[in-house]
Write a protein of this length. Sequence first.
Length: 124
Amino acid sequence: MTPYPAMRRIVLAGLLLCGAGLTAAAQAPASRTADLLRELIRLDTSNPPGREGQVGDFLAARLAPLGFQVTQVPTPESGKTHFIARLKGDGSKRPVLLAAHADVVGVEREKWSVDPFALSLIHI
């Protein structure tokens, strides 16, 4: 089965880590990166009902201290928000936009041999 929850969170982890890389002097160690990804994957945003707001809260807590301007726009549906994070540059480089959605298709856990909301690292 295609791991939709993990794929969506990989995109979000990329956003998070790119943002951290823009302001951090040193690259995050691999264990820190894995920890962040593990936390994102644990967030069950299966739609319905979605609950994407928890991803926004997760990202806001990590990006705001790095200098990002964070906005969460509530939607008419409880627990769902649109998350926007901006890091202003000095104008010397072209802007970058990363976009993703935070809800995922539902999973039938009984058809999975591993927990779809857990990170399993495979060393090659």
